[in-house]
Design a protein around this ligand. Structure first.
Ligand SMILES: [Zn+2]
Ligand SMILES: [Zn+2]
Length: 616
């Protein structure tokens, strides 16, 4: 099937040419005009359309929350004036002079970076002019439902050495109903924000003393991660992978040979000198797995050779780019490297994509977008090898029978790739899985295998990540489930709440019985009222509460209360067996084992604990 083409803006600030982006970008011009009318002397920087809205950066005093209404009121006036957007193409010197005379130094700076020979254009509505390639709607009156959303500080050109500008975020939609639905989605996203929930549920934290971007996994977050990692390791084994472990440091020469030093210079964590050698912190697992491959002479019979590692890597990110667990400086990849013969490419990549889809479905993700990313501007190796690799990836996608999009120029520097993005419960897209073909690294490391005819041949490498990094994937899971993990993933699966002091010994007994089944259960025998204990367990989104009083103790029963509601009392032994079965991690490959869809947006409560149905 023919892939859709991904529109790749030439640079930040370019407007994708679709009606909604056009209107949003036009709204950003109107917002800039409104701010300049309200604050004469404010300087404008850039104002692109972004996913779900737009922003504009200003050099002005910080805004306060009530500025939003004032800006909106001014924008409404400009929209009511129904001014036409007029495009002017002018000689560079004239454009420079126009913006310079208005004191718009950021625009002048942008004009000076436009390559010689490129057209210089600006758009005008009323008295307001903005350096811009467009496109725009015809008149300000074409801007429909809009809202000023929030304010933030942002460095000019994203560089902390530059002055801090004031960013205003806004959005615009075709109708008020669409805007309202979007605002409800923003509220719901806030409720699910993994940074808030991470704190409330005591899952992880960051500590300035440790350093920004280095996550500390608290016991509960660590348990969720352990459960995910355990599942990954077992599934890797089942599918013919070998587990490996590799170090966190290596000689600089390793990364010179691999090309990472050249291509990832800005993201490498500082070096250190040891015994007259320079060492670097590991940014990628690949060169290390290659070193294992190279440790002995391989035969064609050894291939495909599949290594997997939950490998921790360190990559420098600007502090402004860090974002909870989604963007960190230390991350653990669920990494895999396959060494294959050319005729094995299609089968192996196909199996990788299937593996990832099955894993993601286990976590309740059902919507996927597939992308084929091809040769970027900066690349290693021969165009002919790229051509062959791209043909192989296309054949995998065609066989898969799912639609996919073409991301021209989006490949890694060492080879083309297939990216798999998941859509979460709010319809947001997350990139987790990636499958990359690589003819370059085997060349750089002169990897070989002995072919059937005795000749030496070069293997091809496949880099693949199924869930991506543990940090990112668990952030996505927290938001997907709004912190209410399904039973098998929940860090505390059940809590026993004692009604009175006399029921306390029984509460401990129930915990011991369930722990013997390897269930993660704890007791709340505090002196608090039962209502308070229940509220606490609900806040912590624990799947099961087991309230025990003296009567339960005498009858040796428990009265379970799941997130769905109260269940009839059951004998302790029977409940223990049932919970054990419900809490067994699902196995991929069978749809009936997929947990129920996480909560839809309309029902604003947390998703119910619907444990995956059990293998019989
Ligand atoms: Zn514009
Ligand atoms: Zn790799």
């Amino acid at each position: 099937m023919k892939p859709d083409k991904v529109i790749r803006p030439r640079e930040k600030g370019d407007v994708p040419d679709d009606p909604l982006s056009r209107m949003r970008h036009s709204a950003s011009h109107v917002m800039a005009d409104a701010v300049c009318r309200l604050r004469p002397g404010a300087k404008v920087a850039i104002g692109p359309a972004i996913d779900n809205g737009f922003y504009y950066d200003f050099d002005t005093e910080p805004f306060s929350p009530d500025d939003a209404e004032r800006i909106e009121a001014e924008m409404r006036k400009i929209i009511a004036e129904n001014l036409p957007f007029v495009r002017h193409v002018v000689p560079r010197a004239e454009a420079r002079e126009r913006f310079a005379s208005r004191g718009e130094k950021y625009k002048v700076e942008i004009i000076d970076t436009i390559p010689e020979g490129d057209e210089v254009s600006y758009f005008q509505h009323g008295d307001f002019i903005d350096l811009c390639r467009g496109p725009h709607v015809e008149r300000t009156g074409d801007i429909k439902a809009f809202k000023v959303l929030s304010f933030a500080g942002a460095y000019w050109r994203g560089d902390e050495r530059n002055p801090m500008l004031q960013r205003v975020y806004g959005t615009a939609f075709e109708s008020q109903a669409d805007l309202d639905a979007h605002l409800a989605r923003i509220e719901e996203a806030k409720r699910r924000d993994h940074r808030t929930l991470g704190k409330e549920l005591d899952l992880y934290s960051f500590d300035d003393l440790v350093g920004p971007g280095f996550a500390l996994w608290h016991p509960k977050g660590a348990f969720v991660r352990y459960t995910v990692e355990d599942l990954i390791r077992r599934e890797n084994f089942r599918r013919g992978y070998e587990l490996v472990y590799t170090p966190h440091l290596a000689r600089e020469q390793l990364l010179i040979t691999s090309g990472h030093l050249e291509h990832y210079k800005d993201n490498l964590f500082g070096g250190m000198e040891l015994d007259g050698q320079r060492y670097l912190v590991k940014p990628m697992n690949c060169p290390f797995h290659i070193a294992i491959y190279r440790s002995q002479l391989r035969s064609y019979r050894d291939l495909p050779l599949r290594y997997s590692e939950l490998g921790t890597v360190y990559r420098y990110e600007r502090s402004g780019a860090l974002h909870g667990l989604l963007r960190v400086r230390g991350l653990t990849m669920d990494d895999g490297h396959l060494f294959v013969r050319e005729e094995q490419i299609a089968d192996e990549i196909g199996a990788c994509v299937k593996f990832a889809l099955e894993m993601l479905e286990l976590f309740g993700f059902k919507d996927f977008d597939l992308y084929l990313a091809t040769r970027p501007e900066s690349f290693m190796g021969e165009p002919a090898a790229w051509e062959r690799a791209e043909v192989a990836l296309r054949s995998v996608l065609d066989k898969l029978g799912r639609p996919y999009k073409l991301d021209a120029g989006g490949g890694a520097f060492y080879g083309p790739k297939i990216d798999l993005k998941i859509k979460d419960a709010l319809g947001r897209e997350w990139q987790c899985s990636t499958f990359q073909l690589d003819f370059q690294l085997p060349e750089r490391f002169a990897l070989e295998y002995v072919a059937q005819d005795g000749s030496r041949q070069r293997p091809i490498m496949i880099h693949r990540a199924l869930l991506g990094s543990m940090e990112r994937f668990i952030a996505v899971l927290i938001e997907q489930f709004a912190g209410a993990f399904p039973l098998w993933l929940a860090p505390v699966q059940a809590r026993v709440l004692s009604v009175s002091e006399r029921a306390e010994p029984y509460a401990h007994e129930v915990v011991a019985r369930l722990r013997a089944e390897e269930l993660r259960v704890e007791a709340d025998v505090s002196a608090d009222k039962l209502g308070a204990k229940i509220r606490r367990a609900q806040m912590e989104k624990i799947p099961y509460m087991l309230v025990v009083g003296e009567k339960d103790m005498a009858a040796r029963v428990v009265s379970p209360r799941s997130r769905d509601g109260q269940q009839p009392a059951a004998p302790l032994e029977e409940f223990a067996a049932r919970l054990r079965a419900e809490a067994t991690p699902p196995r991929p490959g069978s749809r009936s084992e997929t947990p129920r869809d996480p909560v839809a947006l309309q029902s604003l409560g947390p998703p119910s604990a619907n444990p995956p149905t059990k293998d019989n």
